[in-house]
Design a binder for this molecule. Structure first.
Ligand SMILES: NC(=O)c1ccc[n+]([C@@H]2O[C@H](COP(=O)([O-])OP(=O)(O)OC[C@H]3O[C@@H](n4cnc5c(N)ncnc54)[C@H](O)[C@@H]3O)[C@@H](O)[C@H]2O)c1
Length: 412
């Protein structure tokens, strides 16, 4: 039995799922292959992932391949209630609603695990952490799982290092067809989509400060430039990334130097306390602050609340904090990842590749059952290339082929 907000929203949710389906040809093909080789048939799959149309389509693909699927959100604000209802009406077990409390969030993670899945799909690592926190006697044997994002991989690698990873995990994030496109182009577009849709304020002519110049930060900075921002400033802690940002044409400085300059501040670091009281106090009146990193710890909202004499929801997904110095700072989507909490997430064409890798990652875990240790594994290169080739074919793009002589020259 599903736990969702309102089953009557199902038709709207199903429309959204139908819309993305046409834009995810690679995932459709991988789904057909999984169904015909019957590898997932009869298996239970637990998912904790941003519950919107693309993830819903992934869940349906897995169901159509013969698996029983149990899904919850991986962030209390990114669940779309209509999609949750649509998915439940299509036979997937859904435990999710937008805006649930931290206790409810944990309860729903546990509900997924109560079904003792054979495989998991995690985004950020909360489902795996919930499994690890269970009493030993209640645990069961899993084939393993797939992790979607950078922050989740960091958590998994910590567990691998201290020997507490409970089963093998596939690192989807570090496949080329994931982070090259999803983190950079997906985040680049969808973060601005979320911000512009929420604020209805011009980007052209403004100063944008991007914290972190990893894959996500690069995408956000690149698109800020394309939208006509007058000045795009990057803050970094890594000297190599800082040089890259500088040579890509962005100003690089510390957050303290950037704080008085920005109209928009966007964090994309996976780190905590990137913007704190030391910076808030320097910011312009009416600056916007948004986060695109996985957890809501990059902008220190505790600091901001403490130094504000009042705060209020000024508009949907915008909280105004009123500072003693007379300035108002606008925080989008409670500092949670803005593209999903205040938008529709990445374009479907991008998630087509990420979620195809998820399907292939699950297949790999089942095929290699008994051969894997409790470690974090990269997606095999041939699977990455397979997804890239199907994507190119779907895009109608052709590649040159090496002659035998060229291959020998390159020692293939
Ligand atoms: N919003 C989304 O849809 C989405 C999509 C993919 C990834 N993510 C999340 O976004 C975050 C970043 O992912 P990524 O793939 O770009 O990671 P990444 O490791 O490629 O980049 C992070 C960058 O931030 C820098 N950094 C770390 N701490 C910093 C600090 N205190 N100040 C300034 N810079 C700092 C690092 O040096 C690095 O260059 C992660 O939490 C990831 O899970 C979000």
């Amino acid at each position: 039995m599903s736990n969702i907000l309102d089953p009557s929203l199902a038709p709207m949710g199903k429309e959204k799922i139908e819309w993305v389906k046409d834009r995810m040809p690679v995932l459709t093909r991988i789904g057909q292959e999984l169904a015909s080789d019957k590898i997932l048939r009869g298996l239970k799959i637990g998912m904790s992932i941003h519950l919107e149309a693309k993830t819903a389509y992934l869940a349906l693909i897995l169901k159509e391949a013969g698996a029983r699927v149990y899904i919850t959100g991986c962030n209390p604000l990114s669940t779309q209630d209509d999609v949750a209802a649509g998915l439940a009406s299509l036979g997937v077990n859904v435990y999710a609603a937008r805006g649930i409390s931290p206790d409810k969030y944990l309860e729903y993670q546990r509900k997924v695990l109560d079904n003792q899945p054979d495989l998991i799909i995690d985004d950020g690592g909360d489902l795996l952490e919930t499994y690890c926190a269970m009493p030993e006697a209640q645990k069961w044997q899993l084939y393993g799982g797939c992790e979607e994002t950078t922050t989740g991989i960091i958590r998994l690698k910590q567990r691998e290092k201290n020997g507490t990873l409970p089963f093998p995990m596939m690192d989807i994030n570090d496949a080329h067809c994931k982070h090259f496109f999803d983190n950079r182009f997906g985040t680049g577009q969808s973060v601005w989509d979320g911000i512009m849709h929420t604020t209805n304020v011009l980007v052209a002519g403004k100063t944008v400060v991007v914290a972190g110049y990893g894959y996500c930060g690069e995408g956000i900075a690149m698109r800020a430039k394309g939208l006509g921002a007058k000045r795009v400033i990057v803050t970094e802690i890594d000297p190599i990334k800082a040089i890259k940002a500088s040579l890509d044409g962005f100003e690089v400085m510390t957050m303290t130097e950037a704080a008085p300059l920005g109209d928009y501040f966007i964090t994309a670091t996976g780190c905590k306390d990137v913007i704190t009281s030391e910076h808030f106090v320097l910011m312009k009146d009416n600056a916007f602050l948004a986060n695109s990193g996985h957890f809501d710890v990059e902008i220190n909202l505790h600091d901001l609340a403490t130094m504000s004499y009042a705060s209020e929801e000024r508009r949907e997904n915008i909280t105004g904090y009123y500072l003693e110095n007379g300035h108002t700072l606008n925080v989008l989507a409670e500092g949670r990842l803005v593209n999903l909490a205040a938008g529709n997430g990445h374009p479907a064409e991008i998630m087509d590749m990420s979620f195809s890798l998820q399907g292939l990652g699950l297949k790999c875990l089942v095929e290699k059952c008994g051969m894997l240790e409790n470690k974090v594994y990269n997606i095999p290169q041939e699977m990455d290339s397979y997804v890239a080739n199907i994507k190119l074919a779907a895009m109608g793009i052709h590649l040159d082929k090496l002659t035998d002589e060229q291959a020998a020259y390159l020692s293939f």
